[in-house]
Design a protein around this ligand. Structure first.
Ligand code: XIL
Length: 309
């Protein structure tokens, strides 16, 4: 896949597990990833609960190792995420909201600052919206109100001016109440001058998914806002009685839509072997737990091969 993507100036990515270098099969894992992908996102190594376990104390080892590995293998590095409501350290969960702004700005300065010039794209704000489209009552929202989103992007831009800055969320790739709310949010942020460059669509799907015309229309309206589009966390849970071929069709149609959309810059799987997936029980990825190609892999490879931009 990687050679095909490179030839087409397209990014095909994966999420790298925490402590990848310590896996029992680390050599196989790292070699496979380097031959198949030209983009990498740390699945957990940048999250606040991991990287800033105590206030002002940072644990950069794993993120550093992944950054070195990405550079050694000429992969685009995608940071994920700077500001999120989940996987927070205990001390942030206990934080007084009046401290939230200082803590947010210190965190962005420290983390985006450490990787300045090395991270091509950052998910600056992740999952700010509830399923019904209201803003989540996160610690960041409680401390700063809706303004935290603009402040986070401004801070990221100031510390790493060359990074592409992304708003990332889930269940927003087709038209629904939540994607309508995301559209309104991004439109008003852009009007206010917030430096948002792109929108990340997670795409944690199930094998019964088939609402493709809605996805095409939805991506187009975000493209029309002037935003680049990234499919950031693709996987497809296989539900009975669907087959691996049904799952592969979801991989194929989704990649076709991204490739056909001029502003869609990258397609990234949330892992690659079913052995290491947050939805392992649903075998949602490209390779079996023994690293054998699944129909989903062949579908992506063939789709890339057939595509000429
Ligand atoms: C998931 C990871 O894959 C798991 O390993 C972790 O235990 C929980 O988080 N949306 C996101 C990702 O933005 O960071 C989440 O990743 C999946 C949903």
């Amino acid at each position: 896949m990687r050679d095909l993507a490179d030839q087409r100036d397209f990014k095909i990515g994966f999420a790298a597990v925490l402590n990848a270098f310590e896996l029992a099969d680390n050599q196989l894992y790292l070699d496979t990833a380097a031959s198949e992908f030209n983009m990498l996102t740390p699945e957990n190594s940048h999250k606040m609960g991991w990287i800033q376990p105590r206030r002002g104390e940072f644990r950069f080892d794993d993120a550093d190792a992944l950054a070195d590995y990405a550079e050694a293998n000429n992969m685009l590095l995608h940071g994920h995420p700077l500001i999120w409501y989940a996987q927070l350290p205990d001390w942030v969960q206990r934080l007084d909201p009046s401290d939230a702004e200082t803590v947010m700005l210190e965190h962005i300065d420290a983390v985006a600052g450490r990787y300045k010039g090395r991270i091509a794209l950052w998910d600056v704000v992740n999952e700010a919206l509830e399923d019904d489209g209201r803003l989540r009552q996160s610690i960041w929202f409680k401390g700063m109100g809706e303004g935290y989103i603009g402040k986070a992007f401004e801070a990221a831009r100031a510390v790493d001016p060359d990074a592409v800055l992304i708003y990332n969320d889930y269940d927003v790739v087709w038209e629904n109440q939540k994607s309508d709310a995301m559209y309104a949010l991004l439109q008003s942020e852009l009007a206010a001058g917030t430096p948002i460059d792109g929108v990340g669509f997670q795409m944690h799907l199930r094998s019964g998914f088939d609402d493709y015309p809605s996805v095409e229309r939805n991506l187009q309206r975000f493209a029309d806002l002037g935003l680049d589009i990234y499919i950031t966390e693709f996987d497809v849970a296989l539900d009975a009685p669907d087959t691996l071929d049904t799952q592969a069709a979801v991989f194929q149609r989704s990649l076709e839509i991204c490739l056909a959309q001029p502003r869609c810059k990258a397609m990234q799987a949330w892992g690659f072997t079913d052995r290491y997936s947050w939805r392992s029980a649903f075998t949602p990825l490209l390779l079996t737990d023994r690293y054998l190609s699944k129909p989903s892999y062949t579908a992506w490879q063939t789709t890339l091969k057939n595509f000429m931009r």
